[in-house]
Design a protein around this ligand. Sequence first.
Ligand code: SAM
Length: 255
Amino acid sequence: MRAAPVSVAPGTVALIGGGPGDPELITVRGLRLLRSADVVVVDRLAPRALLDELRDDVEIIDVGKQPQSHPVPQWRINELLVERAAAGKRVARLKGGDPFVFGRGGEEAEHCRAAGIPVEVVPGVTSAVAVPSIAGIPVTHRGIAAGFTVLAAHAGIENVPGGRDHTVVLLMGISGLAGSAAVLAHGIRGPGCPVAIVEDGYGERQRVTIGTLGTIAAIAAARDVRSPAVVVVGDVVRLADSTAPDAPTALEKEA
Ligand SMILES: C[S@@+](CC[C@H](N)C(=O)[O-])C[C@H]1O[C@@H](n2cnc3c(N)ncnc32)[C@H](O)[C@@H]1O
């Protein structure tokens, strides 16, 4: 196998999945490419601590999006990548999680390639899998869950296959939590199906909240659960680390 170059080539873009926020959860290749960049275009949920160790002359462009507020629109992010690369810069686009999991990485790569800018995509550890693991929850587990579906907020929730043995992971799912829980509870999962929410995984506000489809919306409201958070639905939640806050023993009996 031919060794890949360890730096971003001038005039190209590296679309780097930074993982779920912990600076140690980026890939070795992602870190190498990031360190070689002249320009870094960075998202809010990317591992921003890594920016502190970059050279002083690196241009850092913060396009960090807050929920309900997108300071730099997607079209402008696309343009920035092309403009800097076309000027001969080594461009790193540092994103949270994996660039191709609800990260609009596909759109950015398409835009660059359409403008003649070569792109390397570096996969990242997605929050959809890593953040549940903070609570000790595997998204699949032999004999408990044979598959999982990842959704962005509410879109497509009525078509999720399976029952409690098919894990549902919701990203961006807090504002619509009550509606999502109601739809899933109405199906074969039922209101007693376990649910966990992990807020701000690997961050200062990291917190785990556990309930059921029937109770989670009220519990989350009472605890003022906020984004960013990953919601996990299914029997795998029963495997949550019993030393975590709100251990699964708190789960209500099935309705
Ligand atoms: C626009 S999506 C991007 C997902 C990303 N591409 C990935 O693979 O993880 C952003 C959502 O991911 C989830 N998320 C990302 N990082 C997180 C973290 N550290 N803790 C909790 N949720 C996180 C939240 O649901 C957040 O609203």
